[in-house]
Design a protein around this ligand. Structure first.
Ligand code: FAD
Length: 300
C-alpha cells in the first residue's frame, strides 16, 4: 500500500521498502544530443515503474510544442504514464484550454498545473493575462471543467516568495486542492524539518491530500544553488560546506551528492514517507544509485 506523508506517520515504524512510489521530472530537450540523453535516462528509470514521469513547461509557455511532443511520445512509445506541466503565464484561457485539449488528444491525462513565474522572475508581482487564469487554483478549476484529469499542484515547504505569511501559503494550497487537485508536489528542499513543519501546518488546516516531497539530487552544486536561489529554496550552510572545493573533483562530488540525497530520503522513509518525486534534470545516474542504495523496490 502506498501511503502519503502525514504528521502522525512520523513516528510510525518502517514497514518495508517495497511499498514506495516514485515519479520523475524531466525537462523538454532543446537539441538532438539532449534528446538522446532524455530517452536514455527515461529508459534507465522506467524499470522502477514510476507512477508517472512529468515534463516541465518552459517559462511563459516557451516549450509548449516540445512539452506536448515529449509527453505524446512517452505515452505512445513507452509504457510509462506521462504527466504534462502547464502554466498560465501570458496566455488567455482559450489558449491554455487548447493546450489541455492537445494533451487529452495525445492520451495524456495527468497534468501538473502551475501559475508560472512572471517574466521578471520569481518573487516579482504576477500580473495575469487580461483574459487568462489568475493563478494555479483558477487553472485547476478550469482543467477540471475540461475533463477527467489527474492534477498535481506545487507546494512550498519554505513558503513561496509571493506569500505574505504562512496562513497565505497554506490557504493558497488549500484553494488549489479544493479546486480539484489530487496531490501536491513540493519545491526542492534540503532540510527535512522544513517539510515536516509544512506538513503539520497543512494537516492542521484540514488538508489531507498527499504532499509528495520533491527531491533534488545535486548533480552540480553550482547549478543547483543558482536554481535554488531563483526559486526561493535555501541552501543550508552545512550543505554548502560539504561541496566546498569539489568543483573540479567530479568523483567526490558524485559521492557527496549520493550521500546527501541518500540521507535525506532515508530520513523521510524512516518517518513514514512512501512517495517521492525526483527532479532528474534528465539524468538517471544519481536517482538510480539512490534507489539501489536505499534498497527501494518500487510499486506501480
Ligand atoms: P500559485 O499557487 O497560483 O501561487 C503562487 C503564489 O502567489 C503564492 O504565494 C500565492 O499565495 C500567491 N497568490 C496566488 N493567487 C493570488 C492572488 N489572487 N493574489 C495574491 N497572491 C496570490 N514553473 C514553470 O514555469 N514550468 C514548470 O513546469 C514548473 N513546474 C513546477 C513543478 C513543481 C513541482 C514546482 C514546485 C514548481 C514548478 N514551477 C514551474 C514553478 C512555479 O511555476 C513557480 O513557483 C510559480 O512562481 C508559482 O506557481 P504556483 O503554481 O505555485 O502558483
Amino acid at each position: 500500500m502506498v501511503v502519503s506523508a502525514t504528521a502522525e506517520s512520523r513516528t510510525s515504524p518502517r514497514t518495508g521498502r517495497s511499498d514506495v512510489a516514485v515519479s520523475f521530472e524531466f525537462f523538454p530537450p532543446k537539441t538532438d544530443a539532449m534528446e538522446e540523453r532524455f530517452w536514455d535516462s527515461l529508459s534507465q528509470l522506467a524499470p522502477l515503474q514510476p507512477r508517472f514521469v512529468s515534463v516541465t513547461y518552459g517559462a511563459g509557455g516557451s516549450t509548449r510544442e516540445r512539452t506536448l511532443r515529449m509527453v505524446s511520445r512517452i505515452t505512445s512509445e513507452t509504457g510509462v504514464p506521462a504527466a504534462a506541466h502547464l502554466t498560465c503565464v501570458g496566455a488567455s484561457r482559450d489558449d491554455v484550454d487548447a493546450v489541455v485539449r492537445g494533451y487529452a488528444d495525445a492520451g495524456v491525462t495527468r497534468i501538473v498545473a502551475l501559475r508560472g513565474d512572471p517574466p521578471e522572475g520569481v518573487g516579482h508581482p504576477f500580473t495575469p493575462h487580461p483574459e487568462g487564469y489568475i493563478n494555479a487554483a483558477d487553472l485547476v478549476a478550469g482543467i477540471r471543467k475540461l475533463g477527467d484529469f489527474d492534477i498535481s499542484v506545487a507546494a512550498y515547504p519554505e513558503k513561496h516568495p509571493n506569500s505574505a505569511d504562512w496562513d497565505d501559503e497554506i490557504d493558497n494550497l488549500k484553494r488549489k486542492l479544493d479546486a480539484g487537485a489530487d496531490r501536491a508536489i513540493t519545491q526542492m528542499f534540503f532540510d527535512n524539518d522544513d517539510y515536516w513543519r509544512f506538513i503539520e501546518l497543512a494537516r492542521k488546516a484540514g488538508i489531507d491530500a498527499p504532499i509528495v516531497p520533491g527531491i533534488q539530487p545535486i548533480h552540480s552544486f553550482g547549478q543547483i544553488s543558482n536554481f535554488a536561489q531563483r526559486c526561493g529554496a535555501s541552501i543550508p550552510d552545512w550543505l554548502a560546506k560539504k561541496f566546498e572545493g569539489l568543483e573540479n573533483d567530479p568523483e567526490t562530488h558524485a559521492k557527496v551528492a549520493l550521500d546527501v540525497a541518500g540521507e535525506q530520503v532515508r530520513q523521510l522513509l524512516d518517518s513514514g514517507v512512501r512517495e517521492f518525486h525526483f527532479y532528474t534534470l534528465n539524468r538517471s545516474h544519481l536517482v538510480l544509485e539512490l534507489t539501489r542504495l536505499l534498497d527501494i523496490e518500487v510499486s506501480a
